[in-house]
Design a protein around this ligand. Structure first.
Ligand code: SAM
Length: 272
């Protein structure tokens, strides 16, 4: 049985949220940090809807990119989006579980292995990182990007939102995943046998007055709304408390002084 449980599901709303997050907030900054040369052979572990996988592919015109995704809905969505945007041949999307992946003769052939927002959804992140290290050639890069949910702050605090966020965080550890895996990225690289070389934090907060604030505010609420069923089923909050907090949040998002402080942990290692 696969050791992965994906809290957010794959509904159309979730897919739209991830698309917005990708295009507006995260991909440009992630690409800047990766500083690709243009000829790399890349493997993307847990490629999801594939927007970032394709964004990497556009940066390596003399290279190639393979995306590995376990969820058939995500995989179908990635292929559909790629075709719709005229990128049908840009990336090879393959079905696979990154915990138990078998790359056959491709082991040790990639220049770069990448995983973003995947380690937080698996019970054994080290197993994934070990597979990433094994997938690249000597001197190849391993790039990890993931959440540390503890670093999120909203100000002024919308009433009840901290309770919702804490309940949301608990949905991860209740199913055996680590909501704070972002802070462990460097030690995961080390434990997997790679040499860590760099870490940073990619800011994806913002405040009222910024063009992207609506997207950011919608993303934040989208994140917790997709976990509503898990939060209620696991008895982490009652329904009224949850729904009332989200109403307060909606009003808060229209305030002229609203600010979201959040960041994605990012780390790079090299196979020695
Ligand atoms: C939040 S999405 C991130 C997608 C993409 N990496 C990005 O940054 O946009 C996480 C993806 O990892 C996939 N995933 C989770 N566990 C997996 C596993 N064991 N093997 C392959 N894919 C997995 C999920 O199905 C989901 O599509």
């Amino acid at each position: 049985m696969s050791e992965t449980t994906y809290i957010h599901g794959t509904s159309p709303d979730e897919q739209r949220r991830l698309s917005l997050m990708n295009d507006v907030l995260l991909n440009p900054a992630s690409l800047r940090e990766m500083a690709l040369r243009g000829d790399e052979r890349i493997i993307d572990f847990g490629s999801g809807l594939g927007q970032f996988t394709r964004a990497m592919a556009r940066e390596v015109p003399r290279g190639s990119v393979v995306g590995i995704e376990r969820d058939e809905n995500q995989l179908a969505g990635a292929r559909r989006l790629a075709t719709a945007e005229g990128h049908g041949k840009l990336v090879e999307f393959h079905s696979g579980d990154v915990l138990d992946i078998d790359l056959g003769s491709d082991w040790g052939t990639f220049d770069l292995a990448h995983a973003r927002f995947v380690l937080e959804h698996v019970r054994e992140p080290l197993r994934v990182v070990k597979n990433m290290v094994r997938s690249v050639k000597q001197g190849g890069r391993i790039v990890l990007a993931d959440d540390d949910h503890d670093v999120m702050r909203l100000w002024p605090e919308p009433p009840g939102f901290n309770d919702v966020w804490r309940a949301y965080i608990r949905t991860y550890d209740r199913i055996g995943c680590d909501p704070f895996v972002g802070r462990r990225l460097v030690s995961l690289l080390h434990a997997a046998g790679a040499a860590p070389v760099r870490n940073t934090s990619i800011f994806f907060g913002g405040c009222a007055g910024m063009d992207i604030f609506d997207v950011l505010a919608a993303n934040m609420i989208g994140v917790v709304r997709t976990a509503r069923e898990s939060i209620l089923t696991l008895d982490l909050m009652d329904e009224t408390g949850f729904d009332t907090a989200l109403e307060h949040y909606a009003a808060w998002a229209r305030r002229p002084d609203a600010a979201i402080w959040f960041g994605m942990a990012w780390a790079e290692g090299v196979r020695t």
